[in-house]
Design a protein around this ligand. Structure first.
Ligand SMILES: [Zn+2]
Length: 441
């Protein structure tokens, strides 16, 4: 009963949208929420109690930052459900192996984020938090109210309790396993005709290609939602052409439901759920690393947690009038910033942001269908390409060399050796990173 009430409350609140008369009122509201939240966290979590010793709640911005490794190292003392890291891993991993998708420990849902092994994050969610999440997510993302019937196709790497909590009489929810072949997805989509498709951009792109070549049949989803991977400008343009609508986005990770698009298609941070401090990077205006304080989750509190993501603020305000920060683009992971040698002897390596690399490549040729750029050594990038017309490969490579050369000139760094290869990747394989650094500087 509490869960149903929590679900409806969050759903209606998200549906209603903004409820503050102005920015100052919103800022006062969220500040008071954070201060109240950290007082509770200090009481319930031994990890944070020790970390914040001597710093009052009102000075919460002075609390030390944490990151994934700190959270995982302190996991057992950080969460307020008394669940150890070993216990949580055992439950989540065995569920993943058996694909039973209902891992829970003493009533708490245990999830494991995707990621390289050894670097996977655990998350714990209580039934009330799960209901709140589902209500908020649907309230923010459904194109119609819950009173209409709606069929959702949700592409995931592994299902989870979290997603199965979303359901009801009018809502039918289909889980599509990303590991299944594309043809199987197409057949099922044709049979189920979903109103809403939520998937990682690489899968949406494969569906967009199928649609453009006439293989998707008459599927007309009312909404397309990209999640779990960076939405690349190249993919976005192709998807919008194929589906004839704007592509919506959900920005979510183990650390919380961090953002989603408004009716105008602008990504806004969910600042009614999380407080996001912005650590601006140097050399790229408006680009920051988010430091997250989630003031709605208590089982696994997230306070001043530094993400590994790079976000770009939108220069102009969004016409929707939301007080929540508008984001131009999620650019990628901090770990994927390329580094190049400076032209000045003895100077620090120069960061080459993923967005710079993307624009240098896709701006060089309109023939590019697919690309990936991988930095494999300090002075070496490999660029994988798939072109509309294979005969123009030589010309495209020359143009990319010129455009990377111009980029390095602008940044004052030495031009890396470029090698080219065909784009080789199947959709669903693993998370697609179009710009990826594979060496540690
Ligand atoms: Zn907006």
């Amino acid at each position: 009963m509490i869960r149903a009430a929590e679900f409806m409350l969050r759903y209606l609140r998200a549906r209603r949208g903004t409820r503050w008369p102005d920015q100052a009122a919103f800022d006062r509201w969220r500040e008071s929420r954070v201060v109240r939240h950290v007082a509770r966290v200090r009481r319930d979590s031994p990890f944070y109690r020790e970390l914040w010793e001597g710093i009052p709640d009102a000075d919460w911005r002075a609390f030390p930052e944490i990151d994934k490794s700190a959270m995982m190292a302190g996991f057992g003392r950080l969460n307020t459900a008394g669940i150890t890291r070993a216990e949580a891993f055992a439950v989540a991993e065995s569920a993943e192996r058996s694909r039973d998708f209902k891992p829970a420990l003493r009533g708490i849902t245990v999830g494991l984020s995707s990621g390289t092994s050894g670097n996977r994050g655990l998350f714990l969610v209580s039934p009330a938090e799960q209901a709140a999440w589902a209500g908020t997510m649907l309230g923010k993302m459904l194109p119609v109210s819950l009173l209409s019937r709606i069929r959702i196709a949700f592409f995931l790497r592994a299902n989870s309790n979290l997603y199965e909590s979303v359901g009801g009489r009018r809502l039918s929810f289909g889980f599509y396993d990303l590991l299944d072949p594309l043809d199987a997805h197409i057949r099922r989509l044709q049979a189920e005709r979903p109103d809403l498709i939520a998937a990682p951009p690489s899968m949406l792109r494969a569906l967009a290609d199928a649609s453009l070549s006439g293989r998707l049949g008459g599927i007309r989803p009312r909404r397309i939602i990209a999640a779990a991977e960076v939405l690349d400008p190249l993919d976005r343009a192709i998807m919008e052409r194929a589906f004839g609508q704007i592509v919506h986005q959900v920005y979510q990770c183990t650390e919380g439901f961090l953002g989603c698009t408004c009716a105008h298609g602008t990504l806004h941070l969910n600042e009614d759920l999380v407080y996001i401090e912005k650590a601006y990077v140097s050399g790229k205006p408006g680009t920051f690393v988010p430091i997250v304080t989630d003031f709605s989750r208590r089982t696994q509190p997230i306070v001043r947690y530094r993400l590994n993501d790079l976000l770009v603020e939108r220069a102009a305000p969004c016409p929707c009038g939301s007080p929540f920060t508008a984001i131009e683009r999620i650019e990628g992971r901090c770990d994927d910033i390329f580094y190049a040698s400076s032209r000045q002897p003895g100077a620090q390596p120069v960061p080459v942001y993923p967005d710079f690399v993307t624009r240098a490549i896709i701006g060089a040729s309109s023939e590019i269908q697919q690309y990936r750029a991988v930095q494999t050594a300090p002075d070496r990038w490999t660029i994988e390409l798939d072109l509309r017309d294979g005969d123009l490969r030589q010309a495209a490579e020359t143009r990319i060399r010129q455009s990377v050369g111009a980029l390095c000139e602008r940044l004052g760094c030495i031009v890396p050796a470029l090698s080219f290869a065909p784009f080789a990747r199947m959709p669903g394989e693993r998370k697609l990173r179009r710009v990826e650094r594979r060496y540690v500087p």
